[in-house]
Write a protein that binds this ligand. Structure first.
Ligand code: ATP
Ligand code: MG
Length: 447
């Protein structure tokens, strides 16, 4: 496997080290990291040292080395942090083709002999044990690769937004009223007053399209008290949000295609060793940048034609999971469901001009599940207020929001993309929790 990326040194005494992947035959190096494994074969012994970039073999020819150095090196517990200085020589049988003969070996931080999880990966651990011990879990190549890929995704997404002239914003996560209200909100106490954790930056980002910023994005947490524990829902997720003045739903879908494609490209270009670690390098495909846009009305017919459901869907029904699955199998690639019935979409989604029963709301689907919801927004004050009332929400409670629609709010559109769902589908992970370092779900509030 190709080496992971080494980090550039930051000047300072502790940086006097060479990353394992950069150690070449003929060098004198100091390497520092964790004891991955010790193999004592009698006259000769090997210690495998692991760091961010990979692993390197340290060789102990007992007759030729100082007794104390051999004793220290071979009695150190697995996962202790050590620092080794020595010379690098070629050794085709070693994992990286080179090995270090040590001159000095220092135990920097000892690990307990009993570990809650085996980072060498020889013993499998349950997901819950792994999540309880993420520090140790992320010493393993596969989980670590997921988070390097996550970082590559976020970097690529940011660059794509910037290329589209969007300004990155950060909006409050403690709010007086939820975006859409309802039972999905987490209440908190704010100086004796009831407040909530925000379920979406929707209303704030809309307010910014009417500001001088016009086109904005945010990558930040959303909080949802989801009713069920599922492999695709978190109670704290990361939402990638986009909103722009003077675009319609098609414009928003164009930007979404570009952003999703950029995320795949960013991973392909910058995270090959990580894809290899996950065994995905051979079947990873960057989408071609255009996803089919299928109106809801046609989607209903397609689902019914598959025969996957016992009961036929009718206009106005939401898509059950089996319907999404059947469609995913048939289409085999990302696709949009456009023009959802107005009644299943929130109040801030604009209806189409020709038919108030049909909205501009769209979802981007991965064959496995929903990735994104978006649409053109209602920017006309009277219609917006009417929408609140239709949805049983009190417009007064949202006055900070509705008021701004009286002072020059341009037509606008946007969407929200679940970062973990993007990573989960990109890497074909079974459980969304694999894509979060410290997930929050019904059972998990710590670490
Ligand atoms: P679903 O129907 O799949 O529960 P939703 O329609 O309630 O999702 P939206 O409010 O449309 O979700 O949020 C936009 C996007 O944010 C979703 O398409 C999804 O990618 C992501 N998202 C929403 N809720 C969660 C969650 N609980 N955990 C992870 N991601 C989520
Ligand atoms: Mg949705």
């Amino acid at each position: 496997m190709a080496a992971f990326k080494a980090a550039p040194p930051i000047p300072g005494s502790m940086q006097d080290r060479t990353f394992t992947a950069l150690a070449e035959a003929g060098d004198d190096v100091t390497v520092a990291g964790w004891v991955h494994e010790v193999r004592d074969l009698g006259g000769i012994a090997f210690l495998i040292l692991r760091d961010k970039a990979g692993k390197i073999q340290v060789k102990f020819e007992k007759d030729e080395l100082d007794d104390e150095l051999v004793e220290t090196g071979l009695s150190v517990h697995r996962e202790s942090v050590i620092r080794v200085s020595g010379s690098v020589e070629e050794e085709p049988r070693a994992p990286t083709g080179v090995e270090v003969t040590p001159d000095t070996l220092e135990v920097v931080a000892e690990a307990d002999p009993e570990l809650p999880l085996d980072p060498s990966g020889k013993v499998d651990a349950e997901l819950s044990t792994r999540l309880d011990n993420r520090t140790l879990d992320l010493r393993k190549d596969e989980p670590k690769a997921i988070f390097e890929i996550r970082a590559a995704v976020l970097q690529a997404v940011r660059e794509a937004f910037r290329d589209h002239g969007s300004t990155e914003i950060n909006t409050p996560k403690i709010v007086a009223t939820g975006t859409e209200g309802g039972t999905e909100l987490f209440p908190i106490t704010y100086f004796g007053q009831e407040a909530f954790m925000n379920q979406s930056p929707q209303l704030f980002k809309q307010l910014m399209v009417g500001s001088g910023l016009e086109r904005v994005f945010e990558i930040g947490p959303i909080f949802r008290a989801e009713e069920h524990n599922t492999p695709r829902h978190l109670n704290e997720a990361t939402s990638i949000d986009f909103e722009s003045a003077f675009i319609d739903a098609d414009g928003a879908m164009d930007v979404l295609e570009a952003v999703v494609t950029a995320a795949y490209e960013g991973v392909w270009e910058n995270a090959q060793p990580e894809l290899e670690a996950l065994d995905r390098a051979d079947d990873f495909t960057v989408p071609d940048g255009e996803f089919e846009r299928i109106p809801y009305e046609e989607i209903i017919e397609m689902v019914n034609a598959t025969g996957a459901l016992d009961e036929q869907l009718v206009w106005g029904d939401d898509l059950p999971t089996e319907a999404e699955k059947a469609l995913g199998e048939e289409l085999g690639e990302h696709y949009f469901i456009t023009n959802w019935p107005s009644e299943v979409k929130p109040f801030y989604i604009k209806d189409t001009d020709d038919d108030p029963a049909v909205s501009t709301g769209f979802d981007l689907m991965h064959p496995r599940l929903e990735l994104v919801s978006g649409g053109q927004r209602e920017h006309r004050y009277e219609k917006l207020i009417a929408g609140f009332e239709q949805q049983g929400l009190d417009p007064e409670a949202f006055e900070y929001y509705t008021k701004m629609f009286r002072y020059g709010m341009p037509p606008h559109a946007g969407w929200g993309l679940g970062a973990e769902r993007l990573i989960m589908t990109m890497l074909d992970l079974d459980n969304i929790r694999e894509a979060v370092i410290f997930p929050r779900d019904r059972q998990r509030l710590s670490p």
